[in-house]
Design a protein around this ligand. Structure first.
Ligand SMILES: [Zn+2]
Length: 60
């Protein structure tokens, strides 16, 4: 089984653009530079937020 422990952000699931991770009031928000979609994962650790994002992108 392949390990997926790196902190690389997968590209935007909508347009394939670059993703920026920002913290707003301690809530992690993923913003796309291209289509400006925003996804908020709330109060997670940095690692958990990235894992949640990558899992979401992977699952479509
Ligand atoms: Zn996008």
């Amino acid at each position: 089984m392949k390990s997926e422990t790196d902190n690389t952000l997968k590209p935007c699931p909508f347009c394939g653009g670059d993703i920026e991770l920002t913290a707003v009031d301690y809530e992690w928000t993923f913003c796309c530079f291209e289509c400006e979609s925003r996804t908020n994962f709330g109060l997670l650790t940095y690692e958990d937020a990235i894992a949640a994002w990558n899992k979401r992108v992977k699952n479509g």
